[in-house]
Design a protein around this ligand. Structure first.
Ligand code: SF4
Length: 458
């Protein structure tokens, strides 16, 4: 059933679900009305607006069924890998092995929001001495403690070195709780010195060849651990196949971002774009299904672009968004205030870049890991953000601070100063807590001011 693109509340979606699937359920096993997730505890859904397409419904159901998918993998005897912090590299290795499934326990970051604090994970972290001076990733400790949100992985892998203090401290606390962790080191990325052999990384940054070698050697240790876990060696052929599949996900996301961030009217809401981009880091625990989910979404958005239809008024201001929001509702608020998403940098832009297919696979993965925006300087990150702002033609920039995040204390200012030296677009720096309802009025005021300033500059 085709219908005009729109944003729907949860209740409206449930009525639409009844109309769409009265005779047969959706053609994938994790389908169902969104209200079932809210009834299971994901109460934040009752406060959000969702895109009304079947493709978006599938995206949400895919995301919200991940815990079941992980439990089912465990029940079928698959080995579970908990990758931590690198956001986009270790899972590519894991999915090369058919009997291994990888996910990020870091994803617990969003549980306080999605469950509106009802799971008590932040309180548990508080009691363990990891209070609100840390970023929301501290919810991961509570998730390990309660064992109620994902199965405890058979192998935990965490990157250290060029890692934020928050994650480093929390992962060490996790090890102290008795969860063994395979640590691997990623160095702080630096620009090659004169005379030093340089490598161009995915995304265009450069690093010395010696750093790529260090990371490759570290990833070799993970490869050995995978052999111990799966009982079979992880060959270059298997890795190449996984890199090809990963790049298919990244190509689909690139197409989706191009349509969603350049077309007028805006063909897909900001919230669905945030969720879709997140699939890049570990495919929501099913690489093949992730491709199908994204294909349907790209097709939906492509049709809307061809038909010239969209979900927001044509003159909504094009806003580039920096950092993921602790409360998903902030994405709705942006649109309620006359904005639309026009490019993002959610801390994992390296996971959106294709992995080189013309290099030996371990070297290609090392290059991909070193392209992480969080392992280099804030100035590197700002330069990349500026390039994306120009690419998508943004009219304003929102830098959302993550509560407690160690890097956010100064990074926003560095990014802002860098951008202001090179462009005249209005910039807003704003903190978004895990539940922003109490501050919604002031957040909206500030977003409206950003939007109106950008409008006045047209
Ligand atoms: S401080 Fe930032 S980079 Fe570190 S875990 Fe939190 S959100 Fe991620």
């Amino acid at each position: 059933m085709t219908c005009k693109p729109a944003r729907l509340s949860l209740c409206q979606w449930d009525q639409r679900y009844e109309e769409l699937y009265a005779s047969a359920p959706p053609p994938y096993p994790y389908g169902g009305p969104l209200c079932t997730h809210a009834e299971d505890g994901d109460q934040r859904l009752t406060k959000l607006l969702f895109d009304n397409s079947e493709a978006a419904l599938r995206l949400w159901n895919f995301l919200l069924s991940e815990e079941d998918r992980l439990q089912s993998a465990r029940d079928r005897g698959k080995k579970l890998v908990g990758a931590m912090k690198d956001l986009g590299t270790v899972p590519v290795m894991a999915y090369a092995l058919p009997e291994v499934v990888a996910f990020y326990p870091d994803g617990a970051w969003w549980i306080p929001c999605v469950m509106e604090l009802s799971a008590g994970l932040l309180s548990i972290a508080d009691r363990m001495g990891i209070d609100e001076t840390f970023c929301p990733v501290r919810a991961m400790l509570g998730a390990f403690e309660t064992q109620a949100h994902f199965p405890i992985p058979d192998l935990l892998i965490c990157s250290v070195g060029a890692t934020c203090d928050d994650f480093s401290a929390i992962a060490q606390r996790l090890a102290g709780m008795g969860h063994p962790i395979l640590w691997w080191e990623i160095p702080h990325r630096r620009f090659p010195e004169a005379g030093e052999e340089a490598v161009t990384l995915p995304g265009g940054l450069q690093a010395p060849r010696s750093q790529v070698e260090v990371v490759r050697t570290e990833l070799e240790r993970i490869k050995s651990a995978f052999k111990g876990l799966a009982g079979v060696p992880l060959t270059d052929e298997m890795l190449e196949l996984s890199i090809t599949k990963t790049n298919e996900v990244r190509r689909l996301l690139d197409r989706l971002r191009y349509y969603a961030y350049t077309a007028t009217p805006c063909p897909l809401p900001a919230l669905e774009m945030l969720i879709a981009e997140m699939l890049a880091i570990h495919f929501c625990s099913d690489q093949d299904e992730c491709v199908r989910v994204l294909e349907q979404l790209v097709e939906e958005v492509r049709s809307r672009v061809i038909e010239g239809t969209g979900v927001l008024p044509e003159d909504n201001v094009r806003v580039f968004w920096v950092n993921p929001v602790a409360d998903l509702r902030a994405m709705n608020l942006l649109e309620d205030c006359g904005g639309r998403l026009c490019g993002t940098e959610f801390l994992f832009c390296h996971a959106l870049e294709p992995i080189p297919e013309d290099l030996p696979p371990m070297e290609a993965l090392a290059c991909s890991a070193l392209a992480d925006p969080m392992v280099g300087s804030a100035a590197d990150r700002a330069a990349r953000i500026l390039a994306e702002i120009k690419r998508f033609g943004a009219e304003a920039v929102a830098i959302s601070r993550i509560p407690g995040a160690s890097h956010c204390a100064t990074e926003g200012t560095i990014i802002r100063d860098y951008l202001q030296a090179s462009m005249t677009l209005p910039i807003l720096e704003i903190e978004i807590p895990p539940i922003c309802d109490g501050m919604a009025a002031s957040i909206k005021n500030r977003l409206r001011a950003l939007v109106e300033t950008a409008r006045s500059q047209r």
